[in-house]
Design a protein around this ligand. Structure first.
Ligand code: TPP
Length: 529
């Protein structure tokens, strides 16, 4: 007899799933007992960190990641982190254990009441199968739904007595199922887009995370060179879709209506590829577009296309469309853009290491191709100014701004990359606390992330907003008295604290040379101890 557990795992492993990120409770033990040889379980100590690790892993592999959560309470703990996975289009397959099927109606302890409703609206699909025999098919539906464009997280609640039941013969069809979506925009759409770009007097590209997710960065470069045009990263960037040292690179667009419009002034055609139009953050009103600009929007997500307040949208795979456009658009005949000077020389200081200086030191210490997982919220432009973000997948930031992503996602990304690429986490002393338990997982599984904590004693980004909103000195803006060396060592990750550039450089060199995780706490503001 094939059990539901065996059939379910056959579905998962057929999709290449060989890792489970989880935190178990009694409801999940039968699922884990059915886990086949060759699948590894990565234990996280809090579900926010579990989800963040899975998100980082999926972003790094480009494939699905399996998460196993404990009933409603574990699912609830994961939901803050799930807000990021929605906007990073991460194909996360969340499973949660349910109480015995026959007892759910009584709401016995650990019942996930109305389980499918719990994670909505943060998932593309949520269900509790109506019978044990439907569990393998529902798992198959979950994985396919997560992977079909637009990608995103899904959720399945499974009563724990289902796993040992007989699967039935229909389950045999599931592992070989495939679901393939159209691979390209139609020729007429490409023709229209290429014509608009070729006819532009002063075009500009605005690129989003989907370009990097599709590993289409080189196609974006080819298109920019054909057009001899500048390239911006779309506001609220969660990935880096364009090499930051390329002559065309202009930085990340500021996330307000007026600033976007100001930066795009003078351009007659704006091609936005692989990003929403736009993901604004701070409210600075103005015209949505500069006068005379036509906005062309290329996205894999129909909802992004539909909700944009301006522009003409085309929905289809972004990477292949950029490749096709780079091939179709004729060379513009404009002068190529001149090379940019190197990164700005950062200012030093006596009793601290200013963020730009720190990021320059990280750049000098980090091996080529290092993945930067960033969650130091007031210093994003400084990272992009200093780091060499050249290879695809070199930069990750929480896609919905939900803190608690940085430390766990770095662990997940490093697990995905193995020896191929190093991962550095650049995380603020505020943000670090939301995902701090990931340090334990890094220590337990010897995941060699270099964790850098920027210690400024405050929620710097909120101080910036306080200035913008004119709210003055509100409560809750400072986080003094945190000792990340002790915290880190308590979780098993060796750590040092530094407050001058020479010590920071030495600590970073040591950390990158280590074969396990290391944490470097860096004082980045004056007067912080
Ligand atoms: N809680 C969650 C889960 N997500 C959030 N985005 C916030 C609260 C609000 N928030 C945004 S930025 C920020 C906070 C609390 C400060 C982060 O401080 P830190 O990591 O020290 O970086 P800094 O801004 O100082 O560079």
């Amino acid at each position: 007899m094939t059990t539901v557990g065996e059939a379910g795992w056959q579905v998962l492993t057929a999709h290449g799933i060989d890792t489970v990120f989880g935190n178990p409770g009694s409801n999940e033990l039968p699922f884990l007992a059915a886990m086949p040889d060759g699948v590894r379980y990565v234990l996280g100590l809090h579900e926010g960190a579990v989800l963040g690790m899975a998100d980082g892993y999926a972003l790094a592999t480009g494939g699905p990641a399996l998460v196993n959560l404990h009933a409603a309470s574990g699912s609830g703990n994961a939901m803050g982190a799930l807000t990021n996975a929605v906007y990073s289009h991460s194909p996360l397959v969340l499973t949660a254990g349910q109480q015995l099927r026959s007892t759910v109606g009584q709401e016995v302890m650990l019942t996930n009441v109305d389980a499918a409703a719990l994670p909505r609206p943060l998932v593309k699909y949520a269900a509790e199968p109506a019978s044990a025999q439907d569990v393998p098919r529902a798992l198959s539906q979950a994985v396919h739904t997560a992977l079909l464009a637009p990608r995103g997280p899904v959720y399945l609640s499974v009563p724990y007595d289902d796993w040992s039941r007989e699967a039935g013969p229909d389950a045999a069809h599931l592992p070989s199922r495939r679901a393939t979506a159209a691979a390209e925009l139609g020729g007429a759409a490409l023709e229209e887009l290429a014509g608009a770009l070729a006819g532009a007097a002063n075009p500009v590209l605005v690129l989003g995370p989907q370009v990097d997710a599709d590993r289409a960065n080189d196609h974006a470069v080819a298109l920019a060179e054909r057009l001899a045009c500048p390239v911006w990263i779309a506001p609220s960037a969660s990935r880096c879709p364009f090499p930051t040292r390329h002559p065309a690179f202009r930085g990340i667009l500021p996330a307000s209506v007026r600033d976007v419009s100001d930066r795009l002034a003078g351009h007659d055609v704006v091609l936005v590829a692989g990003a929403p139009v736009f993901r604004y953050h701070q409210w600075v009103p103005g015209d949505l577009l500069p006068a005379g600009a036509r906005l062309l929007h290329l996205t894999a997500d129909p909802a992004e296309a539909a909700r944009a307040p301006m522009g003409e949208a085309w929905v289809g795979p972004v990477g292949p469309a950029l490749a096709a456009l780079a091939g179709r658009v004729p060379a513009s005949g404009r002068e190529p853009l001149p090379p940019r000077s190197g990164p700005p020389a950062p200012q030093g200081a006596e009793d601290h290491v200013p963020p730009q200086q720190l990021f320059a030191l990280v750049r000098d210490a980090a091996p080529a191709g290092t993945v930067h997982v960033c969650e130091s919220t007031s210093t994003i432009d400084d990272v992009v100014a200093q780091a060499d973000l050249t290879e695809p997948g070199s930069y990750l930031f929480p896609a919905s701004g939900g803190l608690g992503f940085g430390l766990p996602a770095a662990v997940g990304a490093q697990l995905a990359h193995g020896d191929a690429r190093r991962v550095v986490a650049l995380v603020g002393d505020g943000s670090a606390n939301y995902g701090i338990t990931a340090l334990w997982t890094a220590a337990r599984y010897r995941v060699p992330v270099v964790f850098v904590i920027l210690k400024n004693g405050t929620y710097g980004a909120l101080r910036g907003f306080a200035g913008l909103l004119g709210t003055g000195e509100t409560p809750g803006l400072d986080v003094p008295g945190l000792d990340f060396v002790k915290i880190s060592e308590g979780y098993g990750v060796p750590a040092v604290s530094v407050s001058d550039a020479a010590s920071a450089a030495a600590a970073l060199t040591d950390a990158f040379a280590a074969d396990g995780p290391r944490l470097v706490e860096v004082v980045t503001a004056p007067g912080v101890t």
